[in-house]
Design a protein around this ligand. Structure first.
Ligand code: ZN
Length: 412
């Protein structure tokens, strides 16, 4: 049994914080949550005194690329270092991400299901993983890895990361089935270019037609997989919403057509803006990437504000991977700058994120009966959301009831 006492409880539901709270964990579950009352505990219980600290649900990042570490072509193609080195680099990032308070990660492409298995078997430390394997897109889309010279990648693909390139309408369903066969929990697709995609395939350039997207969503849902769709603007963004994807990733130009957010609200489509990656791209060494990222910032913030007003759920996702070592909670800081309250930003990275992942029955809030994924933070993130970004402030992380990081010793 573990007892976390004297904590400022921010439970993820949006309820006001409770001072002097106690949370009791038995095995991997939360078995009691008591606000402002001290109880007796068995002598064998491990007691963590959280005075001066806040207790939150384990953080969730709904859009990450854990196996990507840089944006350059050689790295994207996997030819810059031995595969074993890259895998061990990924394992290190998985551990650091967990120790930074992130207990669940939804990977948006590039991470194979072997990492999930390794974590579940205890071979390495890391968050709970929900993987999407490879990005599904048509020829020329972001899942089609071409060099600026028009060359394709020169090394054979990894069988655990089957190609997501769709050539014709008839290929859509088999490609979705191949992702599921390789272990996909979600289907990740793309209906537009992005900030970092090749010149000529930018944020408003479409990929996929409506027939193809309908087939994709239909097949994914038939296999009980949700669809997370990279879509920034233009025709492709409308097609994704029309086809009924479950979340719009990035969504920078959602406010350009007022029907977009209306439809998303009606259909319960979640918005994962991924602000942190554009902070990085605004200073990209590549001029076309820099220009796109700078141009989309103001419309992106407008889209977030209008989404909140329209009742569309806004969820935290960093698009981390290429942009450096884990600082995933930087996204919560970006969301606050974009107009969310600190409480909403915490919900975006906990309860709302769990809903986006379809795991709200088990994760996302500190409530009796849920899995014991918990984070203890020095100070009050409601007063300063930026506290969460610095791993030095993450005093304790429990995942599935087990201690994943403990920096409380100094404070005890
Ligand atoms: Zn992404």
């Amino acid at each position: 049994m573990k007892v976390l006492r004297n904590a400022r409880l921010i439970d993820g539901t949006g309820a006001a914080p409770a001072a002097g709270a106690t949370v009791v964990v038995r095995d991997n579950r939360i078995v009691a949550v008591e606000r402002g009352r001290q109880s007796e505990f068995p002598a064998e219980a491990a007691v963590f005194d959280c005075a001066g600290m806040s207790l939150l649900p384990g953080l969730i990042d709904c859009h990450d690329h854990m196996a990507n570490h840089r944006y350059d072509l050689a790295h994207r193609w996997g030819i810059d270092e031995p595969e074993s080195t890259r895998h061990l680099r990924t394992a290190a990032v998985l551990r650091q991400t967990l120790e930074a308070g992130y207990t669940t990660i939804r990977d948006a492409g590039g991470l194979d299901a072997g990492f999930k298995r390794a974590i579940e078997e205890g071979l390495c430390a890391g968050p709970r993983l929900l993987v999407s394997i490879s990005i599904v897109s048509p020829i020329g889309g972001i899942g089609d890895r071409m060099s600026p010279s028009g060359d394709c990648c020169c090394v054979p693909g990894d069988p655990l990361l089957p190609s997501g390139v769709v050539e014709t309408l008839a290929d859509v369903r088999p490609v979705v089935r191949r992702m599921v066969r390789a272990g996909a929990d979600f289907i990740k697709c793309a209906t537009t270019g992005g900030a970092s995609s090749r010149p000529g395939h930018g944020p408003r350039d479409a990929a996929f037609n409506l027939d193809e997207m309908q087939a994709l969503v239909d097949e994914a849902h038939a296999l009980d997989r949700r669809v997370m769709c990279h879509a920034l603007g233009g025709r492709g963004l409308g097609i994704a919403i029309e086809a009924g994807v479950d979340s719009i990733e990035h969504g920078c130009y959602l406010a350009e057509d007022p029907r977009h957010l209306e439809r998303m609200a009606e259909r319960g489509i979640v918005f994962v803006p991924t602000l942190l990656v554009y902070e990085y791209h605004r200073n990209s060494p590549q001029p076309h990437v820099r220009e796109r990222a700078r141009e989309l910032y103001e419309p992106h913030v407008a889209a977030i504000r209008q989404a909140l007003a329209a009742g569309v759920k806004v969820v935290a996702g960093t698009d981390a991977g290429g942009h450096g070592p884990p600082a995933n909670a930087g996204e919560l800081e970006c969301l606050v700058k974009a107009g969310l309250t600190a409480m909403q930003a915490i919900q975006a990275g906990t309860a709302w994120a769990a809903e986006c992942c379809g795991r709200e029955a088990e994760l996302g809030t500190v409530e009796t009966g849920k899995l014991a994924d918990l984070v203890v933070v020095r100070g009050d993130p409601l007063a300063d959301i930026a506290l969460l970004r610095d791993p030095a402030n993450i005093a304790l992380v429990l995942k599935d009831g087990a201690v994943a990081a403990d920096r409380m010793a100094a404070a005890r």
